[in-house]
Ligand binder design. Structure first.
Ligand SMILES: Nc1ncnc2c1ncn2[C@@H]1O[C@H](COP(=O)(O)OP(=O)(O)OP(=O)(O)O)[C@@H](O)[C@H]1O
Length: 241
């Protein structure tokens, strides 16, 4: 998919409430994410980062505007088609991991591969391979409760990769982690980026943003054209949308 656009948004808007309670959480955002790009979205609490990520991943519907994933318009898709698209083509990583507590590490990853339609034997092999890739081959049979925060998030990242996603969308992936665990996840994102995985990461952490190809600052639901932000975080601000 080199050279193609994996995610495209035009005039993307999400409003909550009405009249004097109206909030424009995302306000007419235009965005193109080319294949292989690692994009970080930063900005103050409440500026709309999570809402934008949810709109891009088809987890929420926009009030206005359009979203395309690999050329397919997703904002008008049926719920059923959207769920299928997420299972097959999007990898999601959340701040609080969202692992299934009663399943082992390998079963958590395997479950996602099975839901994406892989046959059982292949799904298990892929799950073991991905756990090895995130450095957790020796923790495959552990329940999430027996893993550290950083290990849980690495399982969640392995799970997000189980369907060979067109894009991984991560919402504050290090928000619940201490410094050492953040570094584990950071290294993993660096590896994913080097492997050409398209990534969109919402983060408060300048260390995560520093490994991105591109950093966008958000303010009040829109992209801020602020080169000082790039200087402050030691990253390259790319004014292109
Ligand atoms: N379900 C909702 N109903 C009403 N307002 C909402 C809802 N969800 C989010 N908002 C508002 O939309 C705005 C953007 O929220 P969002 O969670 O996207 O911000 P954020 O940048 O991800 O914040 P944080 O960094 O704290 O997670 C905020 O003002 C928030 O209060």
């Amino acid at each position: 998919m080199t050279g193609s656009t994996v995610l495209r948004a035009r005039g993307l808007t999400k409003r909550y409430g009405w009249n004097n309670t109206l909030v424009r959480a995302v306000d007419e955002v235009d965005l193109d994410v080319p294949a292989g790009q690692a994009l970080a979205i930063m900005g103050p609490s409440g500026c709309g980062k999570s809402t934008l990520l949810h709109l891009l991943g088809g987890l929420q519907r926009p009030s206005d505007g359009q979203v395309w994933l690999a050329g397919h318009r997703i904002d008008t898709m049926s719920e059923r088609a959207l769920a299928r698209l997420r299972r097959h083509h999007i990898g999601l990583v959340f701040q609080s991991f969202h692992l299934m507590d009663e399943l082992t590490a390998v079963e958590n990853v395997e479950m996602a591969a099975l839901l994406a339609g892989q046959p059982p034997g292949r799904a298990r092999r892929r799950a073991l391979h991905l756990l090895d890739r995130v450095g957790l081959a020796d923790r495959a049979a552990h329940l999430p409760s027996a893993l550290s925060g950083g290990q849980r998030q690495r399982v969640a990242i392995a799970r997000a990769l189980s369907n060979e996603p067109l894009v991984v969308l991560a919402d504050e992936p290090t928000g619940n982690l201490d410094s050492a665990a953040t570094l584990e996840v950071l290294r993993l994102f660096e590896e994913l980026r080097a492997a050409g995985q398209t990534l969109v990461v919402v983060t408060h952490d300048a260390r995560i943003a520093a490994v991105a190809d591109r950093v966008i600052a958000m303010r009040d639901g829109a992209f801020a054209d602020d080169s000082r932000f790039a200087a402050a975080t030691g990253t390259v601000y790319d004014g292109r949308r």
